[in-house]
Write a protein that binds this ligand. Structure first.
Ligand SMILES: [Zn+2]
Length: 286
């Protein structure tokens, strides 16, 4: 999947897709609560049984001559207790096949430091975790990094394998939540799911796209901004971030690229009869 936003290109490379009940992800998504949204969520984001596909993928941005990977999935490791979330060793081959060999990446952006966003920061070589993208600067949010260093664990359990080696290699820049990456691409602060969570905004030739990170996990959260994910660090702040994003990007033509949305993973926040919906688009390369 590849999209054009003005002069910027974005390519999606999938690591894995896991089918699960939406309610397992969003506890408030009961059958009854979902009913009013069923029609516009189908066929991509929900089925008759309330099942959804959680996609774990990276977005590759080409902007101003730079190649940027946003979020690096689970990586080459088993997830104890989460058998559906074991990383796929073939991911790097797919990245290369899509035209992005690891050594060609200039910038690695992690929207936050949970395990499924930092995994391929490193790879195992002779029993040692080494940077997968040796020629890149790795950008981590300063607030996010400081919070997890102060209080390790939780969904950021594998930082010693995924973050510490790139810090030690001198490849990391800790950045502010509105850090500009190129003239067309910048972070925006969207805290709540994690302490220093950031999303990525692309603006080029009047076109806009927003890479959500985990500010949302599923398109229904644009309609039901209060529906948190079970792992949110601060549910109230996460809901506030979603409402701010919706106010800024609803009904504007901003292409929303969902970091965990099932294929086609893209669409628009639109109001219909006073209610918010998310309309998927299967158009690519537009
Ligand atoms: Zn995630």
């Amino acid at each position: 999947m590849r999209w054009k936003i003005g002069e910027v290109a974005v390519t999606k490379v999938v690591e894995l897709e896991q089918e699960l009940p939406l309610r397992g992800l969003l506890p408030r998504a009961s059958e009854e609560a979902l009913a009013p949204h069923q029609a516009w969520l189908m066929p991509y984001f929900i089925d008759d049984e309330g099942m959804t596909d959680l996609s774990i993928h990276a977005f590759l941005i080409e902007s101003s001559g730079l190649r940027i990977i946003v979020d690096t999935c689970v990586g080459d490791r088993n997830m104890a207790g989460l058998p559906g979330f074991t990383g796929d060793p073939a991911f790097l081959k797919r990245l290369t096949a899509a035209g992005f060999p690891p050594e060609s990446i200039d910038i690695v952006c992690c929207t936050h430091l949970h395990f499924d966003h930092v995994g391929w920061n490193t790879k195992l070589e002779d029993g040692k975790w080494v940077p997968t993208f040796p020629n890149a600067r790795y950008l981590f949010g300063r607030a996010e990094y400081d919070a997890w260093i102060a209080e390790p664990g939780g969904y950021a359990w594998n930082l010693p394998d995924t973050v510490a080696p790139v810090v030690e290699a001198g490849l990391v820049d800790l950045v502010d939540p509105d850090h500009r990456i190129t003239s067309e691409v910048r972070f925006i602060p969207t805290p709540g799911h994690s302490p220093g969570h950031m999303s990525v905004l692309i603006e080029s030739n009047g076109a806009r796209a927003l890479i959500t990170g985990d500010a949302t996990h599923h398109p229904v959260q644009w309609a039901e901004t209060d529906w948190g994910m079970s792992g949110d660090w601060d549910g109230v702040e996460a809901a506030d971030s979603r409402r701010e994003m919706r106010a800024e990007h609803g009904d504007t033509g901003t292409l929303i690229l969902g970091t965990h949305y099932a294929a086609p993973s893209a669409g628009y926040i639109v109001s219909v009869g006073g209610e918010w919906q998310f309309h998927a688009t299967t158009e690519t390369e537009f």
